[in-house]
Design a binder for this molecule. Structure first.
Ligand code: FAD
Length: 452
């Protein structure tokens, strides 16, 4: 019996396991998925938790529910992989031998990597886990990139009645790079509806030179921020967070060139890194991302290792949509490889993202390694029904419907009527804006040029 081991039972690992189980002969191939716990999170839903639009129950399900028949789910912490010995070492000493390995352990926010951040945040997440209210100096720094963080932030927003709310990106790449922008738009709506918008100053702090990396999109989103009265602080390479432990204390995000952005409440996106087990196994780069062939999705260094989702270093968005498109390419190449045939499927970096802009509307962007987000219609020319790079109610409905599609279509590995590689049908080429040279953020782990 040959062994396929899939590390990570999140978005990418679950889809890959379910798709490949249908294709691989059960008498010949065993499939094992390893994850640390039985809780599958719908991470795009974290965005809505702080505003009370979603509750915990809408974003969390048992992992077992989505792992199909004929797939073994092992719940254990991955300690390391010995690639030379084709062995996965689990915490507690268990070992799993593999013939083929798929790495799908994603990436995670690391507040401990920015001086001052983890300490300032700790009180919130701890108290939120215990179900108590959030008090103390920690209540000034929050994140929504974890379940606990997003729930604690909900309490903090409810208590916030005025002052300077700073939305901050430490460094790129991050999961879903548009999520902080969406947070800014939703915060504008949230405080307006509470009758507090006049008392809340919203500031968006980014290491980029504009709202987003892609020029066409940056222009549209920068305009929206301006329209919503959100000030922008760009080219900000974060060094540390200063929080004074007193109610009247001075709190600021500080850059390497000593710029200070003061805040009363900070909503930050911590540095996102690949998993520590990747570093322990000698399989990652300086951010623990696994070097991956961006077209075949095979590891650059090992022919029997494949990489899917946020765990790899391919230059596109770290997004569930990318994992979903990429899994079809991986499936094709994986089957070719085990049959001794050449890898003919080539991933183009296709990413497709709804951008919630508040007040019941959203934008949609669709792009790949080579093509910027363009205006037009999606998925059908002229008909749509989605409009690209335009705020519409249909796009918002699409964003909300995505949760249902995620649980019921994507995770079980069913096909969606959208091609894996990007289609130019419906796209308006005249809407392209000439991109500026990509910015290189100073300090930190800034060796990655943010090309998503
Ligand atoms: C706030 C937010 C909003 C988002 N919005 C969108 C959106 O609108 N659209 C979109 O397409 N994407 C969005 N995303 C991104 C999307 O959720 C991720 O890109 C996607 O989940 C990546 O899938 P993955 O399988 O690579 O990683 P994950 O889904 O994170 O799965 C990784 C799995 O590996 C497991 N694991 C990790 N390390 C270990 C270990 N050592 N031992 C055992 N198990 C381990 C984890 O428990 C986890 O289950 C958003 C993300 C966030 C945080």
């Amino acid at each position: 019996m040959r062994q396929l081991v899939i590390l990570g039972g999140g978005t990418a690992g679950t889809m890959a396991a379910n798709k490949l189980r249908r294709k691989l002969d059960r008498a010949e191939w065993a499939i094992t998925v390893v994850d640390r716990d039985d809780t599958h999170h719908y991470q795009p839903g974290y965005l809505f938790l702080p505003f009370g639009t979603y509750t915990r129950d809408q974003v969390v399900r048992s992992r077992h529910r989505f792992i199909g028949d004929g797939i073994d789910l092992v719940l254990a912490e991955i300690d390391r992989v010995d690639a030379a010995a084709h062995t996965v070492h689990l915490a507690g000493g268990r070992e799993l031998a593999y013939d083929q390995l798929i790495i799908a352990t994603g990436c995670e926010p690391r507040p401990d990597k920015t001086p001052g951040m983890a300490e300032a945040m700790a009180a919130d997440e701890t108290t939120a886990r215990g179900g108590a209210g959030v008090h103390g100096s920690g209540a000034r720094v929050h994140q929504f990139y974890t379940l606990e963080g997003a729930l604690a932030l909900h309490e903090a927003l409810e208590r916030f009645t005025g002052g300077r709310l700073v939305i901050h990106i430490n460094e790129l790449p991050i999961k879903c790079p548009v999520a902080p922008l969406e947070f800014a738009f939703l915060a504008d709506e949230y405080f307006t509806k509470r009758g507090l918008r006049e008392s809340v100053e919203l500031v968006y702090v980014t290491p980029l030179d504009g709202a987003f990396t892609k020029a066409t999109c940056s222009k549209a989103l920068g305009y929206l921020l301006e329209e919503r009265g959100v000030a922008m602080e760009t080219d900000f390479a974060t060094e540390r967070i200063d929080v004074e432990d007193s109610p009247a204390g001075f709190n600021a995000v500080v850059s390497y060139d000593e710029r200070e952005v003061p805040f009363d409440l900070l909503v930050t996106v911590p540095i996102n890194l690949g998993q520590e087990w990747v570093a322990r196994s000698g399989l990652g780069d300086d951010m623990n991302y696994v070097p991956t062939d961006k077209h075949t999705l095979r590891s650059v260094d090992h022919d029997d290792i494949w990489v899917l989702g946020d765990a790899g270093d391919i230059p596109t968005s770290k997004a569930g949509s990318v994992a979903h498109f990429a899994v079809e390419i991986l499936e094709h190449n994986f089957l070719a490889a085990i049959a001794g045939e050449p890898l003919t499927a080539s991933f183009d970096g296709h990413s497709n993202c709804f951008i919630e802009s508040g007040y019941g509307k959203a934008l949609l962007i669709d792009f790949n390694y080579d093509t910027e987000p363009l205006a037009g219609t999606f998925p059908l020319p002229k008909v749509g029904p989605m409009q690209l790079l335009k705020e519409t109610r249909a796009n918002h409905a699409g964003k909300l419907a995505f949760r249902h599609i995620y649980w019921n279509v994507l995770l079980p590995g069913h096909r969606m009527p959208i091609p894996a590689n990007m289609s130019m049908a419906g796209k308006d080429l005249s809407s392209a804006v000439t991109p500026k040279a990509p910015p290189v953020p100073g300090g930190g782990h800034g060796t990655h040029v943010p090309t998503f």
